[in-house]
Design a binder for this molecule. Structure first.
Ligand code: C2O
Ligand code: CU
Ligand code: CU
Length: 463
């Protein structure tokens, strides 16, 4: 690192305390770092670290940051969960041109919502995220709730080859057509054996982010009392006890308050698969037992408009394809696969079409594509997502947050706000939101290999 680069990487690591916009540079570059249990892992990093620096700003302030691309490939930054202007959304070929190696791009937008968000590339995402490009963006409430400690735990997994390097089998047919790319090494903030020390009586605000390409976490914190206060950056309407497993699909976040009521060692575990993984340890010292604290109060809601269901425009999005499906693949997939084989042999990293949305595989989202539907600004939308596949899909919406209305015909009492909703095999979920943000927006599966294999589409909100 030269001096300028060092200063730039330090600058992004500092919190922005004032409401004044601070212009910062965030460099994306290859690095060799102790990550995923390896002493020296060749990664791609934001600001020289994996995960990237935590960006922290107050609600209502301006994020002003310049990406400097020092990677060998073009890239973009997508600000996941942010309600921002379309031109800042980071989708190459749709909202901006790819940022070529050596080039810069300025991201500048205000932050209307407080919560836990994250940033990642939206170009060659299956490869670029897996190589380490992801970071957390925290937008603080104007009056943050009382806590004694905070932890930001970005969850990920890494597929390493027998030499301890990142396996370069990106977009292989098996991953794309099954559950996506799963890695054998599970990490918290890129590390194994994460541990936090607390005192009895303390309350911890824990921000959990699933940055894995494909892994779904089923999280539990046995023995500790904890409360869910926000999901996907949006406060829950009422505070709920976290006493069950918490399903966190790729892209999803949860904010939790954890009460350190008794001394001892506790663990955050993942129980999604047959094997229970220990992700992190909470070591609590002090008096053996402390008084039970009342539930935290709900966070102030973010200024998201509620959809007008009576006058909402309705659309259906049917998810199809994948291995072991009853309906088969469209006939044109065979010839498309053949064409892609040739391009792959010429060195391009490409997925095969495997998934469909309303009967079509959407392999890219360039401006030449037609929107799935187009509405005028302010229109309420009611979308029915029908998963006719045998796989799980975290469906993610850009530029807006939606309310989940129902799952398999069962109405949800609270209508939680989300930017990503996890569909289990054969699930049908209804969501609704106000399309108040002009531009062309994606809705796609956040299993990055599924999206690359066609599972996503684009709609338009007219200005
Ligand atoms: Cu987190 Cu379209 O992305
Ligand atoms: Cu997003
Ligand atoms: Cu999927």
């Amino acid at each position: 690192m030269n001096r300028r680069e060092l200063l730039a990487s330090l600058a992004v690591a500092l919190p922005v305390g004032s409401t004044k916009a601070a212009s910062r540079t965030l460099q994306a570059a290859p690095a060799v770092l102790p990550v995923a249990g390896q002493e020296r892992l060749a990664v791609w990093a934001y600001g020289g670290q994996v995960p990237g620096p935590v960006l922290r700003q107050r609600q209502g302030t301006l994020l002003d940051l310049e990406l400097l691309n020092q990677l060998p490939d073009a890239t973009t930054i997508h600000w996941h969960g942010l309600r921002l202007p379309n031109a800042m959304d980071g989708v190459p070929g749709l909202t901006q041109a790819p940022v070529a190696p050596g080039e810069r791009f300025g991201y500048r937008f205000s932050l209307p919502d407080a919560g836990t968000f994250w940033y990642h590339p939206h170009l060659s995402a299956p490869e670029q995220l897996e190589r380490g490009l992801a970071g957390v963006l925290i937008v603080e409430e104007t009056q943050p709730p009382q806590t004694d400690a905070e932890a930001i735990w970005l969850l990920d997994d890494w597929r390493l080859d027998p030499n301890g390097r990142i396996a370069e089998d990106f977009l292989n047919f098996h991953d794309v057509s099954h559950a996506g790319r799963l890695g054998q090494q599970l990490t918290v903030n890129g590390q194994l054996g994460t541990k936090i020390n607390l005192q009895t009586g303390q309350r911890l605000r824990l921000r959990l982010i699933n940055a894995a390409n494909a892994r779904i976490f089923a999280l539990a914190l046995p023995g500790l009392s904890a409360w869910l206060i926000a999901r996907d950056g949006m406060p829950t309407h009422t505070v709920q006890a976290w006493d069950d497993v918490l399903l966190l699909g790729p892209g999803m976040r949860a904010d939790v308050m954890v009460d350190a009521q008794q001394a001892g060692d506790f663990v955050l575990v993942d129980r999604f698969g047959r094997i229970t993984h220990t992700l992190a340890q909470l070591h609590i010292r002090g008096a053996s037992q402390s008084a039970v604290r009342p539930a935290p109060s709900a966070l102030p809601p973010n200024p998201v408009p509620s959809p007008d269901l009576a006058n909402a425009q309705r659309h259906r999005l049917v998810l199809g394809g994948g291995m072991m499906n009853r309906f088969g693949w469209p006939a044109e997939f065979a010839s498309e696969r053949e064409a892609r084989r040739t391009r792959r042999q010429a060195g391009e990293r490409l997925a095969d079409p495997v998934w469909t949305l309303n009967g079509h595989a959407h392999m890219s989202h360039t401006a030449s594509h037609h929107p799935e539907f187009s509405v005028s600004r302010g229109q309420s939308l009611h979308l029915t997502l029908e998963n006719r596949t045998n796989w799980w899909h975290p469906m993610h919406l850009h530029g807006h947050h939606f309310q989940v209305l129902s799952r398999n015909g069962q109405l949800l009492g609270e209508r939680p706000w989300r930017d990503t909703v996890l569909l289990t095999p054969n699930d049908t979920v209804e969501i609704a939101f106000v399309a108040d943000n002009p531009g062309r927006w994606l809705i796609h599966c956040h299993v990055l290999e599924h999206h690359a294999g066609g599972l996503g589409t684009m709609f338009e909100v007219q200005a």
